[in-house]
Design a protein around this ligand. Sequence first.
Ligand SMILES: *[C@@H]1O[C@H](CO)[C@@H](O)[C@H](O)[C@H]1NC(C)=O
Ligand SMILES: *[C@@H]1O[C@H](CO)[C@@H](O)[C@H](O)[C@H]1NC(C)=O
Ligand SMILES: *[C@@H]1O[C@H](CO)[C@@H](O)[C@H](O)[C@H]1NC(C)=O
Length: 187
Amino acid sequence: MKTILVISLCWALVQGACPNVNIVLRSAWGAAAPTNVSALQLPVSLVFIHQTETPACQDPTSCKARVKDIQQYHMSIKGLADIDYSFLVAENGTIYEGQGWDRVGVHTEGYNSRGISFSFIGRYSNNKPPVAALTAVKNMIQCGISQGKVDSGYHLYGHRDVNATSSLGDALHHEIQTWPHYSHTKP
Ligand SMILES: *[C@@H]1O[C@H](CO)[C@@H](O)[C@H](O)[C@H]1NC(C)=O
Ligand SMILES: *[C@@H]1O[C@H](CO)[C@@H](O)[C@H](O)[C@H]1NC(C)=O
Ligand SMILES: *[C@@H]1O[C@H](CO)[C@@H](O)[C@H](O)[C@H]1NC(C)=O
């Protein structure tokens, strides 16, 4: 029992993992290599919530395919160096690594070098994401703080709070306004 605990702890440290979140790393979803990478200055003080504006996904096979499609769209059509979000969130709470904690993304124009993004896979105008997905993001933010990636006094925003965009849907936007650190003033 103790051995198993020690082994899991070591594994968590090796992976830089968050113990209470199921994270699918880039290698596991078959990410294409980025064409350019720049390092984020850590810890970041801004956390942005997005939605992918694609259909939602449930099972690992369709979620991996969805995340690959999104990366391909960002790289081939939008001409970006990589998938633009830091992390993507499936309905059951599985988190897919995008740019991850350490790299500058292309998610929130004007704020990319100061923040990270969590993008819920789906469209959430009428219904918010399932509790499992919401909880996963809250746990990730806490994990980011404990790993020195996110400042403990961070400010949380919806994408549409800072940029003219339809992301997020109303239901998800209402939800995040109840979260700790949601900020009504622009960064
Ligand atoms: C890579 O990104 C950095 C930082 O955004 C930028 O200064 C540089 O010009 C980029 N390089 C290429 C080849 O696009
Ligand atoms: C979500 O589904 C995947 C695949 O079935 C499973 O491995 C995972 O444990 C589920 N829950 C979370 C929180 O990821
Ligand atoms: C997003 O906000 C930044 C900073 O205010 C601004 O420079 C940029 O033009 C905005 N982009 C959109 C699409 O609204």
